[in-house]
Design a protein around this ligand. Structure first.
Ligand code: ADP
Length: 638
């Protein structure tokens, strides 16, 4: 048996971090590779060594076979783990590793190739005596059109009648060509109200094959999984036996080695049909780990070291559910959301709660990669308890700065369909857009208190404040706020709070007689507030918007991520175009942010050394034609 001393992980994000954890536990050094965009990413920091492999785009970096093999050579890695996505199901990559004398932790290249095509896999499956989704007769509907080399639910089309077919077919072909470089399509009978149930399989290099039971991944959005569990609430012991037998038969037929997943659709009748094999570790593997108490990454590594599968069939105990927390906007058709992760406070993990994540607070969430932020996995003796544990964890997961699907996941877990175990792949939960004005108002009150007690107070006493500032009167408290698209004004019916104490990052207050802690994180005019009542972004609005008759407001925003080096102006100061406002350090250079209009500085929204995000408001300037006239009009107003 060979023992690896170093493994290169050809991936990023949570799965790279996850694989490193097992490497550490096995006493194996890990090597990360990273794109330019990821140079400060968590997976790079946690690895023993790291090798840069190029630009921000996947094509230049995590898909670059040559560079990754060169990185393995450079660091003397014995093996490469591909994770999922990127090169994980790329037969050429598996072959290139082998040619370079580096072990590929996954199935053999020929098996990846054969099973990578859905049509080829269908043939092999039928030969193994396993039922596949029927091919519909010409006038039989609904049909499903999918790309033979497809993945991630992309390019699939449901066709409900003959009139739609032709157009859908050619559209699907074009999409398949563009997305997968091959226009080959597959037409299947569309199984209504089906569940997605998959079997985890493993094979070793001694002819051993085993299964690790099922995962139910029926809760999907655009054919993409978002909640997964094991066991499946729809699988009886009898179905489980038939399905695992089918998966094992296919594994034996192709001489499967390492980890794989055989995916089936389970019809309401109890019949099931093969759809595809994923020849890699899956995103949702943690639910299997929790119900079997096995480490699947360790199994993968041990198999390639020449180890044998356990002699006895593992047991399936308890119930595990995983929810995928994505940076995406449910209110905007679930499009990926980008920005800075200003607030990132996952709940405390425990025996029954696991959090797999690859991000840090303040990370930029870009457009280049998958928007998965974290997987939250709960385990308990029974399904109901696991649901409760997961829901509670998601409620207490502070993730702000980008839009996330967190509340959507909670709503899904609390829906009757899910709770009763009846949610199938066609189930769509309507996105709730309900607004809780009382809660919003409460958060605005909290922010107002925070501003009064910290920022205004600090300005009066801090010696680093520009000298002329001290001569200015304390600015009046902020009174206008926005939560989402709604505006709130103090004096309206903002919720009343009884403040107990205020700190740099929190306000403790009594709300209707109950003590609450509101965690606060300020980014310019944005205040991220979190508490057990919920989390919200409260934006402080300019103080004098009604006085802009003839004048206008300008906010100087940060053009890029950086750090505030110096503040060149104070509130009340007159500025003209070209005057320096703030000096930032960004991209290792000093950048002076300048005024572009003539006016008066109304607010300086950052402090020295503060880290700022692109687009963040730094200074608020009110335009005035004649600053003297303005000063008198302001005086008259107050
Ligand atoms: P991909 O490789 O793009 O993920 P799959 O073939 O694995 O595509 O299918 C993804 C999802 O699409 C399934 O989980 C299921 O929800 C749906 N699906 C696929 N084939 C069918 C079918 N024949 N009938 C009904 N739903 C299907």
């Amino acid at each position: 048996m060979k023992i690896f001393s170093k493994i290169l992980i050809a991936n990023r994000g949570e799965i790279a971090v996850r694989i490193m954890r097992t490497c550490r536990e096995m006493g194996i050094a890990s090597v990360a590779v990273y794109s330019e965009f990821d140079r400060d990413a968590l997976h790079v920091r946690l690895a023993d060594q790291a090798v840069p492999i190029g630009g921000a785009q996947a094509k230049e970096s995590y898909l670059n076979i040559e560079k990754i093999i060169a990185a393995a050579r450079l660091t003397g890695a014995d093996a490469i783990h591909p994770g999922y996505g990127f090169l994980a199901e790329n037969a050429a990559f598996a072959a290139a590793c082998e040619d370079a004398g580096i072990v590929f932790i996954g199935p053999r290249a020929d098996v990846i190739r054969a099973l990578g095509s859905k049509s080829e896999a269908r043939k092999l499956t039928q030969e193994a005596g396993v039922p596949v989704v029927p091919t519909p007769a010409e006038n039989e509907f609904p049909k499903l059109i999918k790309a033979s080399l497809g993945g991630g639910g992309r390019g699939m089309r449901i066709v409900r009648n003959a009139a739609e077919f032709k157009e859908a077919f050619s559209a699907a072909r074009g999409e398949a060509e563009r997305a997968f470089g091959d226009g080959a399509l597959l037409v299947e009978k569309y199984i209504e109200a089906a569940r997605h149930v998959e079997i985890q399989i493993f094979g070793d290099h001694h002819g051993g094959v085993m299964h690790l039971f099922e995962r139910d991944c029926s809760v999907q959005r655009r054919h993409q999984k978002i909640i997964e569990e094991s066991p499946s609430p729809a699988v009886t012991p009898e179905i489980r036996n038939r399905m695992t037998d089918a998966a094992i038969a296919l594994a034996r037929k192709v001489g499967y080695t390492n980890a794989g997943t055989v995916e089936f659709l389970l019809a309401p009748s109890g019949d099931f049909y093969f759809i595809e094999v994923n020849t890699r570790i899956q995103v949702e593997h943690p639910v299997t780990e929790m119900v079997t108490a096995l480490d699947l990454i360790r199994l993968q590594i041990e198999i390639e070291q020449g180890g044998k599968l356990p002699a006895e069939q593992p047991q399936q105990t308890g119930h595990a559910i995983e929810a995928r927390l994505y940076a995406e906007d449910p209110a905007n058709d679930f499009l990926p959301s980008t920005g800075t992760l200003h607030m990132w406070r996952p709940p405390q993990p425990s025996d029954g709660l696991r959090i797999d994540s690859g991000v840090n607070e303040q990370d930029e969430i870009g457009v280049y990669y998958d928007p998965l932020l974290a997987k939250v996995i709960a385990y308990a003796d029974d399904r109901e308890s696991a649901i409760r544990r997961l829901t509670y964890a998601l409620r207490n997961f502070a993730a702000q700065g980008v839009q996330t699907n967190r509340e959507f996941l909670i709503a899904m877990l609390e829906s009757e369909e899910f709770k009763s175990g009846k949610a199938h792949t066609g189930f769509k939960l309507a996105v709730s857009t309900k607004v809780d004005e009382e809660l919003d108002g409460l958060f605005c009150s909290v922010v107002r208190t925070y501003i009064e007690r910290t920022e205004h107070a600090r300005r009066r006493i801090l010696p680093s404040i520009p000298p002329r500032f001290r001569n200015n009167p304390t600015p009046p408290p902020a009174t206008k706020f926005a939560v989402g698209k709604r505006e709130y004004q103090v004096g309206d019916s903002l919720g009343t709070i009884d403040t107990l104490s205020v700190g740099e990052d929190h306000v403790d207050a009594l709300v209707k007689g109950v003590r609450h802690r509101f965690g606060i994180c300020r980014r310019g005019a944005d205040y991220y507030v979190r508490s057990s009542l919920g989390q919200q972004l409260v934006r402080r609005l300019p103080r004098f918007p009604e006085k802009t008759a003839g004048g206008q407001h300008q906010s100087a925003n940060s053009p890029m991520p950086g750090q505030v080096l110096r503040i060149l102006v104070a509130e009340g100061q007159q500025v003209k175009p070209g005057d320096g406002l703030i000096v930032l350090e960004a991209m290792k250079m000093e950048q002076t942010i300048k005024a572009t209009i003539q006016g008066v500085v109304r607010a300086v929204l950052v402090k020295p050394a503060e880290v700022v995000a692109p687009g963040q408001m730094l200074v608020e300037i009110e335009a005035v034609e004649d600053a003297n006239e303005h000063a008198s009009s302001t005086a008259a107003k107050h």
